[in-house]
Write a protein that binds this ligand. Sequence first.
Ligand code: ZN
Length: 291
Amino acid sequence: MKPPKLTLGEFQVFLLSDGVWRNDGGCMFGIVPRVLWERDHPADERNRVRLGLTCPLVIRGREAILVDTGIGNRLAQDEREAFGHGEGRLFEGLRALGMEPGDITHVVLSHLHFDHSGGVVRRAVSNSLRPAFPKARYLVQRGEYETARSGANVRLRAAYRHVPECFDPLAGALELLDGCAEVISGVSAVVTAGHTKDHQVITVKTPDGEGFAHLADIVPTRSHLKPAWNQAYDLDPLRTMEAKAWLLEQAIAGRWWVTFAHDDQLLAARIGRMADGRLAMSERIAMAEGE
Ligand SMILES: [Zn+2]
């Protein structure tokens, strides 16, 4: 089935997904008590909640910019079991659009946790790992890459242990960004920090004032629209909250579409403000049944 599409001026944004996965609910909702988060995100017997892996594909002419890559197919069997994820579905989505991995010109990574960057490589039948998008440039913040490679920080070591295996095969295709950058005209990488020190989100803006933002791990699910609902992984939750407030204000003012990287029901929504000041979703794009 074709992935849902947003049209913004000369851009088309396809809402691809690498499928669903599961992760610990406590990790996903941080200080929020389970009795609150489990109403909308029921946990299984291992305390895991069902999550999505939304990866927008921004197209203008021959330029095809994939934002994040999901988990991909590189996990070992025990990890597949732990996270409830198998081969990944990103390539299926591309095929449904009549595209091939070689058509992707840019891959922009919000940060290098495995659920966003694991799909930069593809495990072949021979078990070797090759770049998943052989003609793409891979863009990430320099600080994110250096933190991920250094291994110096004990808290972060496990979060980045996949990085050598995923990024060594990319060699010359990797492009390190020093702060906010324009990927192509109208498409920007905007550094937010918060979730990681150099976490970035992607915005698309047209000359007519239409907009789209992939908020990555600043607003990973619809529940994280609430100011204090943040992940336990966040290195600087106060920065996450500041970035969230600032990005959502722009999204409301500009009537932008925003995508939720990890919601298991909604791929994207437009956000508005109700009379009492609370946020509400005015339009939504749901994940297809059977994902
Ligand atoms: Zn994530």
